[in-house]
Design a binder for this molecule. Structure first.
Ligand SMILES: Nc1nc2c(ncn2[C@@H]2O[C@H](COP(=O)(O)OP(=O)(O)OP(=O)(O)O)[C@@H](O)[C@H]2O)c(=O)[nH]1
Ligand SMILES: [Mg+2]
Length: 310
């Protein structure tokens, strides 16, 4: 059987369910998810190994930040991540939320897909919550907008339609090599994933502007066989947000820390000693330099660069 492989970007508006889909297809939680828009800030790779009766291959899926009109250095960086993912793609999954249908906003996403010049599969997500009678008119509306290679309704949350999606994806890819070994799921370092898990807990525990004003940088990550020591800094914009993040008598920070520690322990399979600090960095979202420092690919370069040469 021919082996098909390639890079597939998941593109869509904030909150469409891109990260949920990445996790569902990879079979493991690689990207954090939340009901708040603009959760994902950088591109996240998940490798899907496919072997069904009719197709065999490897799909390198790339989850991207939600497409939006950027008004900060952070937003611009997020959109650079989207464009970089698209530039290296063989195929685009355009993910649309059927519960939040808006032609005007979708046009922006479609323009990006068009500019990439890559075949596009339209994936209509969240059909678990859509009245059945509304699906066909929706498909009709989309069909008029673009020459999609296919239109596939799914529920990333419930897993409906995912088998068909994987099959269509693999078949749309060219014949190619196995890019990654079969046991590899992602290229993200654990260090960065730990920071994201902390951010996910902040997103779920805080409201209003706090989730958007927060960033996490892991400052220390020492993995031993039985215990991993992690120190992370939570950055926010203002002293008032710092007070919220710490909470009365440190309650909030404790709640975030305990929930995050449990998740990180599950991921690493070791006990975790987690230390969290909250720091105020006014206007960080508009600092290009700070935003670049959040990028784990950049952090990794700095860590390697800082290591003493032997
Ligand atoms: N009912 C339903 N909810 C879903 C489905 N897929 C995702 N969701 C929910 O939609 C919300 C957003 O999901 P995410 O996966 O974080 O969305 P995203 O597109 O990655 O969002 P950004 O990273 O902000 O761009 C979460 O509350 C998910 O649980 C689905 O198939 N059905
Ligand atoms: Mg996401």
């Amino acid at each position: 059987m021919a082996f098909h492989s390639g890079f597939v970007s998941i593109l869509g508006r904030p909150n469409a369910g891109k990260s949920t889909l990445l996790n569902a297809l990879a079979g493991e939680k690689l990207a954090i998810v939340s009901p708040k828009p603009q959760t994902t800030r950088n591109r996240i790779q998940g490798i899907v190994h496919v072997a069904t009766g009719s197709s065999e291959g490897q799909v390198i899926l790339i989850d991207t930040p939600g497409v939006h009109r950027a008004d900060s250095a952070l937003g611009r960086k997020m959109m650079v991540e989207v464009r970089e993912a698209l530039a290296g793609s063989d195929l685009i999954l355009l993910l649309a939320d059927v519960l939040n249908d808006s032609a005007a906003l979708d046009r922006f996403v479609l323009d990006l897909a068009r500019q990439a010049g890559t075949p596009v599969l339209l994936v209509l997500n969240k059909i678990d919550r859509l009245e059945k009678s509304k699906l066909l008119p929706l498909i009709d509306r989309w069909r008029k907008l673009y020459e999609f290679r296919e239109i596939i309704p799914i529920s990333a949350l419930k897993g409906d339609g995912l088998k068909i999606l994987v099959e269509r994806m693999v078949n749309a890819l060219p014949q190619g090599p196995r890019y990654f070994p079969e046991d590899q799921l992602t290229d993200q370092p654990m260090r960065f994933m730990a920071g994201e898990i902390i951010r996910e807990q902040i997103l779920s525990a805080t409201r209003e502007e706090v989730p958007y004003a927060t960033a996490v940088i892991v400052e220390r990550f020492e993995a031993r066989e039985k215990l991993t020591r992690i120190t992370a800094a939570i950055y926010c914009d203002r002293a008032s947000q710092k007070r919220i993040l710490i909470g009365k008598g440190g309650q909030m920070l404790k709640k975030i820390g305990t929930a995050a520690r449990r998740q990180i322990e599950k991921m690493l399979g070791t006990q975790v000693f987690l230390q969290l600090f909250v720091k105020v960095e006014p206007g960080w979202r508009n600092s290009r330099q700070f935003v670049e420092e959040l990028d784990w690919r950049r952090q990794l370069e700095n860590l390697v660069g800082a290591r003493p040469r032997s």
